[in-house]
Design a binder for this molecule. Structure first.
Ligand code: UDP
Length: 239
């Protein structure tokens, strides 16, 4: 699954990242080839980098900094897409590539540094809400159940449909809007504080999901407010 890309994760362990995304893909592609299995790559919107095209369609080739702090994750995912296509062309492996955009929901990790979990945990604990930069950057948050529905439809699609296909929610919010929503939904007294913006933090991100709609008959149905309520309930229960 998509690995979180947040300041907590900016000191990527390159060996671990390459092992997971590149060696892991090679091993699994070899297995899929031998067993004639259909194989899914959980790729990522990170392949678009800090996008110069908005919203991002699958035809956009991205704007990734090859030597930046988050590059080993982004580039590894791009290499993995390449390997999937090579195995498809050279060995006829049936591949499916989903480019997953920011996803959230119950059972997400408490402390992996992602924005939704950070804000909810901070709000519930009455701690400061940490916005990186000015909070004008945007993200489009997809509820986990919607993502799973999209991935299942992708796996059930005809063999000649390989993707890559964007799976995400096209409703776009600024990080400031997200912070305000979380504060309102938790009735928290937390204050908003501003921290430095990490290097290469994408300024905006929104999937163009017309391919998923057309090829898979899929689009997300959970509004951010509804998904946040369910996620807040989960964190309330475990904190
Ligand atoms: N972010 C933030 N405060 C936090 C965690 C993240 O303002 O406590 C910002 C981060 O800089 C980015 C956005 O929220 O602009 C989404 O970050 P996340 O790590 O969840 O995902 P990604 O950057 O991979 O989209």
């Amino acid at each position: 699954m998509a690995c979180p890309a947040s300041p907590a994760h900016y000191q990527y362990n390159p060996i671990k990242t390459v092992k997971t995304n590149v060696m892991g893909s090679l091993n699994m592609l070899g297995l899929a080839k031998r067993t004639k299995a259909r194989i899914l790559q959980a790729s990522t919107s990170e392949v678009y980098g800090d996008p110069e095209v908005h919203p991002q369609g699958e035809g956009y080739r991205g704007n990734v900094n090859t030597i930046g702090v988050r590059s080993c994750y982004d580039e590894d995912k791009r290499v993995a897409e390449t390997l999937f296509f090579d195995y498809h062309r050279q060995h006829g492996v049936e591949i499916k590539i989903a480019r997953i955009f920011n996803t959230y929901g119950p059972r997400m990790s408490l402390n992996d540094g992602r924005v939704v979990s950070n804000f909810i945990v901070q709000a519930l604990k009455g701690e400061d809400i940490t916005i990186y930069g000015l909070g004008r950057q945007t993200r489009s948050f997809c509820f986990a159940d919607d993502l799973i529905d999209g991935l299942m439809k992708l796996m059930e699609s005809p063999a000649d449909f390989t993707g890559p296909v964007n799976i995400g929610n096209p409703n776009e919010f600024t990080i400031m809007e997200l912070a305000r929503k979380v504060i309102a939904l938790t009735s928290s007294r937390s204050k908003i504080v501003f921290k430095p913006l990490p290097q290469d933090d994408p300024a905006r991100r929104r999937p163009d999901i017309s391919l998923a709609e057309k090829a898979l008959g899929w689009k997300p149905s959970t509004h951010l407010d509804e998904g946040l309520k369910k996620t807040i309930e989960y964190f309330e229960a475990i904190l």
